[in-house]
Design a protein around this ligand. Structure first.
Ligand code: BGC
Length: 765
């Protein structure tokens, strides 16, 4: 009897929590005092299979708006309600730049409908392409694009970019940012080159990881909201052999492990919550159908636990583009089997229909669905969406604030790269300049300075689309040179035309000509090109300008390095401005005047030849036979086929590197060596220098790159000032490399270290 009472009491104690919650009727999943795991489990136990599949669905808002136009961010409540009721949609995406207040109204209405229609009140999560700041938010502050921020070699700026993005958009309900792009910019033809932080895995890792922290850290300014970032596009997307978007890539697994994995791994290690899949194919397998990449590599080796979302309509592309499946059903099964959690469907519900069929007929288990839904719900809980699903309009006045603007200006100034400055033609000090000619297609275009993903997918078209405080290059120069006469020629006209004559006269009399050329905005496949050379009209105009005025400065506003080899000898000074963002014009004018002392370095190798290009960290190649003297600007005595190598950038001052010293000449696997070098500012102005440390594994079982960036640090030095900077080498992290399976290979023997033009060696034994 005693035993019976005891076991009755035991059962009572065990079941007490359930009884308590049953009594007060607050389900566990709605009670924040429970752990996320407990809440997910409880919620899952209440959901139907249809509701679960709804959570795996992401729909474009044109499906629930009053029109098909992305820019029309106005909800059609009837359409939205019907869709939410029928399909239980868990996520929406996209839009275009509209004022913050309009976003608030929209998101508020949509969230209310979603909460009303959801039987269990599961909040939606909204994903958006805020790419270099809150780029789909009117009046937000936009930073330089990836390729330019990469050139700042200052991860703090990438962090600030992420943070300002969420400060300017989290309140309206944008809790999922489709950035950063962690692909490597190794193929200059590729139209998404500018979205990357550059060609080097270490640089991209550092910048990406900082951006992720900027987005995901629980900033008190946006409390109670939190935001998820997206590592995209996993992986190897950026190396197509055609150079075009969404075209086949062949990569060895060793190259994937050594070059393409690190930036994604760094983001995962920083806790990134979501990841978007590469739309292309690798080694004959579309990545959306690759279990090897999406599960074996991503989950099992790299340890990713968050949400894997497809890119745009990429499940159906498995049968209507890649043709590895016959139909919707086969494609959906392939993607789910590979490891996809959420489908950016985005404009139909075939995914939902066929996934339900697949579960009902037993081809996909409900347990497999649960795995994905758990991941999705977990992130919704972690972001606090169940407690705070509704947006707020109380703090919208900070969108576009002067503090944010100041950071974007700093980022633009640090990202510009001075590539050439013969006879120190630059800076052109404002007080000494009376007359400037501004020429070229980008002098009056705000849109060219910003590139794609600016206000809309393909970039803003008209200057009127931009906030009024964003300047054109012309306006930037007028502000920086208030006392100078400034004449502007967007085109130089035909030979002997009135326009041409006017230009010739102005250029002859001016103190200098600033030619601002390059590219117009494009995004994704729209930017596919067949010739990397800068267009002939511009090349001719630059030649003409420099034949008239020896002080002709070329400013390149472009998303990828367009070839300038034919005219590089004609101009005295060149600045790579890349896509410097909303403060690009200010930064260009301030850099030319010397208000900003240039301190950016190329985040990629600038090609010399149209048909031959290798990155700085190439494997031993036959550049051995290359006539080094053909390239005018080879640095560091190294044979290279680049016009300007990775890491190259001049200043208005000079930095001298000396005393490279190692704390030991050899080390063991569990030991360390510290390298130090003294950097001195030997010029006459204060400047910033990024000190880049490279390592070479001299002999490897698998061929080793000629050098790899392993550490960098940006310092500021006054004239005459010197600093000793150091790099502590950890064998496991800095001296190893992965084999094709991702196992670390750490080989005894000689290693070389390089900083500036200095080199030393040590042994691992
Ligand atoms: C792009 C992604 C983007 C998505 C949603 C796709 O076409 O490849 O980078 O996030 O569209 O707009």
């Amino acid at each position: 009897m005693k035993k019976l009472v005891k076991s009755f009491l035991y059962v009572l104690i065990l079941t007490m929590p359930t009884m308590v919650h049953a009594q007060n009727e607050t389900p566990i999943y709605k009670n924040p005092s429970y752990s996320v795991d407990e809440r997910v489990k409880d919620l899952m136990s209440r959901m139907t299979i249809e509701e679960k599949i709804g959570q795996m669905t992401q729909i474009n808002i044109t499906m629930i708006n009053n029109s098909d136009n992305q820019k029309d961010v106005s909800l059609n409540p009837d359409k939205a309600s019907a869709m939410l009721k029928k399909w239980h949609v868990g996520s929406f995406l996209n839009g275009e730049a509209v004022p913050a207040q309009q976003w608030f109204t929209y998101m508020n209405e949509l969230t209310q409908l979603a909460m009303n229609e959801s039987r269990l009140q599961i909040p939606i999560i909204y994903g958006i392409d805020h790419m270099h700041g809150a780029s789909y938010m009117g009046n937000a502050v936009l930073f330089p694009q990836g390729i330019s921020i990469g050139g700042s070699f200052n991860p703090e700026l990438a962090y600030q970019e992420g943070k300002i993005t969420v400060l300017e958009s989290a309140d309206v309900g944008h809790h999922w940012i489709f950035a950063p792009v962690l692909d490597l910019g190794r193929t200059p033809l590729w139209p998404r080159f500018w979205e990357t932080y550059g060609e080097d895995p270490f640089l991209v890792s550092k910048m990406g990881e900082a951006f992720v922290r900027g987005i995901q850290e629980p900033h008190k300014e946006i409390a109670p909201y939190k935001v998820a970032a997206t590592a995209k596009h996993f992986l190897g997307y950026s190396d197509p052999y055609s150079g075009w978007d969404r075209s086949p890539v062949d990569l060895s697994m060793q190259t994937i492990q050594e070059f393409h994995r690190p930036s994604f791994q760094a983001a995962i290690d920083a806790g990134i919550k979501t990841l978007m899949v590469n739309s292309g194919e690798i080694n004959g397998v579309p990545v959306h159908a690759s279990k090897e990449l999406l599960t074996d590599l991503l989950r099992n080796q790299m340890g990713f636990t968050g949400i894997v979302v497809t890119d745009w309509a990429d499940i159906e592309k498995l049968f209507n583009y890649h043709r590895v499946a016959h139909d919707w059903k086969e494609a959906t099964k392939m993607a789910i089997d590979a490891g996809v959690d959420m489908s950016m469907t985005p404009t139909n519900f075939r995914f939902n229909e066929v996934l339900l069929e697949l579960v009902k007929e037993g081809s996909i288990t409900e347990a497999r669905i649960d795995t994905s839904v758990e991941r999705i719900l977990r992130i919704k809980f972690e972001l606090g969406l169940f407690e705070h699903p509704y947006p707020s309009d109380k703090r919208l006045n900070r969108v576009g604030s002067v503090e944010h603007q100041a950071l974007a200006l700093k980022a633009a100034n640090e990202s510009l790269v001075l590539l050439k400055n013969e006879q120190s033609v630059l800076p052109l000090k404002s007080a000494e300049i009376k007359h400037l000619v501004l020429a070229g297609p980008s002098v009056r275009s705000k849109s060219n300075l910003n590139g794609g993903w600016t206000l809309k997918w393909q970039g803003g078209e008209k200057n009127e689309d931009f906030p009024t405080w964003v300047k054109t290059v012309e306006e930037g120069f007028k502000a920086e040179y208030p006392n100078a006469k400034i004449e502007v020629f967007e085109t130089l006209g035909e030979a002997k035309s009135k326009e041409r004559k006017a230009f010739e006269k102005a250029a002859k009399n001016a103190d200098a000509v600033i030619y601002v050329g390059g590219e117009k905005p494009y995004t994704e496949f729209v930017g596919n090109i067949t010739d990397l050379r800068l267009d002939k009209v511009q090349l001719d105009e630059i030649k003409l300008a420099s034949s008239i005025n020896p002080k002709t400065v070329l400013v390149l506003v472009e998303g990828r390095p367009r070839l300038i080899t034919d005219i590089v000898g004609d101009v005295k000074a060149i600045i790579f401005a890349g896509l410097p963002g909303y403060f690009g014009a200010d930064a260009i004018a301030q850099t030319i005047s010397g208000t900003n002392v240039p301190n950016g370095k190329l985040s990629f190798s600038y090609p010399f030849y149209p048909n031959h290009h290798v990155q700085y960290n190439h494997k031993p190649s036959s550049v051995y036979f290359f006539k080094a003297e053909e390239a005018n600007f080879i640095q560091q005595g190294e044979k290279s086929t680049s016009l300007f190598p990775f890491g190259y950038g001049l200043s208005y001052t000079q930095f001298e590197y000396s005393n490279l010293a190692l704390s030991a000449s050899s080390l063991h696997r569990d030991g360390t060596i510290t390298a130090t070098v003294t950097v001195k500012n030997t010029g006459s102005v204060t400047g910033k220098e990024s000190v880049l440390w490279y390592l070479t594994d001299y002999v490897g079982k698998i061929t080793r790159p000629v050098r790899m960036l392993k550490h960098f640090e940006k310092i500021e030095l006054k004239p005459g000032e010197e600093k000793t900077v150091s790099f502590t080498i950890l064998p496991d992290k800095d001296l190893s490399y992965p084999d094709a399976s991702g196992n670390k290979v750490l080989e005894n023997g000689e290693f070389r270290i390089r900083v500036g033009k200095l080199e030393s060696k040590f042994n691992l034994n």
